[in-house]
Design a protein around this ligand. Structure first.
Ligand code: HEM
Length: 518
């Protein structure tokens, strides 16, 4: 009867402002209830503290902050070292201290070894066949073991020679540019990329090589775009995938270009690492796993799914992981050293005293150069180049610091936050290598940082990176002094916070130290 009478009321009369308000409230409440059930199917992180979010978009405003790791560290001052954020249909748990990160990633490593399945991640990696973005599956374990075994093989056979060769070439180039104000970022990228190229393809790029510029531009663009909000939103708000997205379309075009370059390289360098050696190692590894599992009476999990695409993506990962990170670290090291020339002088004196001028530094010298090591550690602390690591996902219901964390939740280890924890570090924002050099136990002090993350997903290139950081820094500071450019402008130490934390472009003047014999 009521409905009938409503039918007789004209639309204009019915839609009075009061009715509009009532309807809007009803829609908002319904959306809020729906959103809550979607985000917390079993009311998981209810006990976890965290900032209040807006309906539907949750903590989007927090996650859009330009200096995200810094902002997340600020939130930890209010909510403690473990808290949650909500974003669309996702709940994120942020870990902000060395203790909670180690508890999760080391003590409960298997619980936190997963990666979130994202629409964008799967689209750029042949459906998740990626080493760094792939979830914790039996096939992923084979992929990781394979790459680890290959890198260990390189490490034992020719890593130091390859790194030394590139450090020598870099010094030669800087020698030719002495007295000129220049931006060293491009040179760092090229020589570090050449290390990966030497290891993977047994070939190197020449300066300004077209292929190098192309692959570098592709990977740089993918890393930059992937961190952008317009692409990130596709993972959190599935509805947006139905609408045209120019940024996503052009990112897919770059991914295609990346794949065609890598494919071309895989074809061109048939008899090197990624083909014969990788296949040999894969075969040996799978045979080993088969034998082992046959003994135990079950088949090798994941071996059937292992494909060429897993090798392809592993090579892409080595390029991305191995170029952007180390090159950015070198650029940060020089930027900080220009601000503190007396640190450069102290390292130079240490090298002269321990190694002398007759021979070149070798990796075995590292324990005898404590101040150089302290400087490397301090740059890793202040500017962890992967400040939020790569998002992890819980593989089962678990807990951190007593808080319940359900299966399938995205976990962000804020390495930057852990390295700037005021309860741990005095003057955490200041560049002071002395904090490690003058510590009673410098080795123990250095254990307070986790720039390579930890546990099942610890950086696969950590050993390679450590050789690179030591050899490059020792070679450069033994031969040159880095000064502000003629304009006198010091490098900006704030940086651009993307997936990789890079310094803003700057220029320096490189001057030779003294006549060296080696
Ligand atoms: C200063 C240098 C470097 C730093 C600070 C660094 C740091 C990191 C961090 C924080 C992660 C994420 C770990 C996690 O998700 O918890 C990572 C992952 C990774 N890194 Fe590095 N990295 C560096 C250099 C390298 C190099 C030289 C390579 C290759 C030769 C490399 C290859 C990788 C790979 C393949 C992964 C993915 C591992 C996985 O998901 O299992 N990295 N790195």
């Amino acid at each position: 009867k009521n409905l009938k009478s409503i039918n007789h009321i004209s639309l204009e009369n019915a839609m009075t402002p009061a009715l509009w308000i009532l309807l809007s409230i009803l829609i908002a409440v319904k959306a809020l209830l729906r959103w809550r059930t979607a985000v917390e199917p079993s009311n998981p992180g209810a006990a976890l503290p965290g900032p209040t979010g807006l309906p539907l978009v949750g903590n989007l405003l927090d996650l859009k902050k330009p200096e995200l790791p810094v902002h997340l560290a600020e939130l930890a001052k209010r909510f403690g070292p473990v808290y949650r954020l909500r974003f669309g249909c996702q709940t994120l748990v942020v870990l902000n201290s060395t203790e909670v990160i180690r508890e999760a990633l080391v003590r409960k490593w298997a619980d936190f070894a997963g990666r979130p399945h994202t629409f964008t991640g799967e689209a750029i990696s042949f459906g998740g066949k990626d080493l760094s973005l792939g979830d914790y599956t039996p096939t992923w374990k084979i992929q990781r073991k394979l790459v680890y075994a290959s890198l260990q093989h390189c490490f034992k056979t020719n890593l130091e020679a390859v790194v030394t060769g590139e450090a020598r070439k870099l010094c030669e180039e800087f020698r030719n540019s002495c007295g000129i104000s220049l931006d060293p970022a491009h040179d760092f990228s090229m020589h570090v990329c050449n290390i990966i190229c030497s290891l993977a393809f047994r070939t190197t790029f020449e300066k300004d090589d077209k292929d190098f510029l192309e692959i570098h531009a592709c990977l740089d663009e993918i890393v930059q775009r992937w961190g952008s909000p317009s692409i990130g939103a596709l993972d959190s708000f599935p509805i947006l995938r139905k609408f045209p997205n120019a940024a996503w379309k052009s990112m897919l075009a770059v991914v295609q270009k990346r794949d065609s370059i890598v494919r071309r390289y895989l074809k061109q360098h048939k008899d090197t690492f990624q083909t014969q050696e990788v296949r040999d190692i894969t075969d040996t590894l799978i045979k080993f796993l088969r034998d082992k599992e046959q003994e135990e009476g079950s088949s090798v999990k994941g071996a059937e799914e292992f494909s060429e695409e897993h090798v392809h993506m592993a090579i892409v990962d080595l390029f991305v992981g191995g170029t952007e990170t180390t090159a950015s670290w070198l650029a940060w090291a020089v930027a900080f050293l220009v601000h503190r020339p007396e640190v450069q002088d102290r390292i130079y004196s240490e090298i002269c005293e321990v190694i002398g001028v007759e021979r070149l530094p070798v990796y075995a010298d590292r324990d005898r150069l404590p101040f150089l090591n302290a400087t490397i550690t301090e740059v890793l602390r202040l500017r962890p180049v992967a400040p939020l690591a790569i998002p992890h996902a819980t593989t089962k219901d678990t807990s951190v610091a007593g808080y319940f964390i359900p299966k399938g939740v995205t976990v962000i280890p804020n390495l930057y936050g852990a390295h700037h924890d005021e309860s741990k570090w005095r003057d955490p924002t200041h560049f002071r290598p002395e904090r490690f050099a003058d510590a009673t136990n410098p080795r123990k002090a250095a254990q307070g940082i986790i720039p390579f993350s930890a546990g099942a997903r610890v950086c696969l290139g950590e050993t390679v990176a450590k050789v690179e950081l030591f050899i490059f820094t020792a070679f450069l500071l033994r031969e040159f002094k880095f000064l502000p450019p003629d304009s006198g402008e010091l490098p900006d130490l704030k940086g651009n916070y993307g997936i990789v934390l890079k310094p803003k472009p700057y220029t320096v003047k490189i001057t030779p130290r003294a006549t060296l014999h080696a």
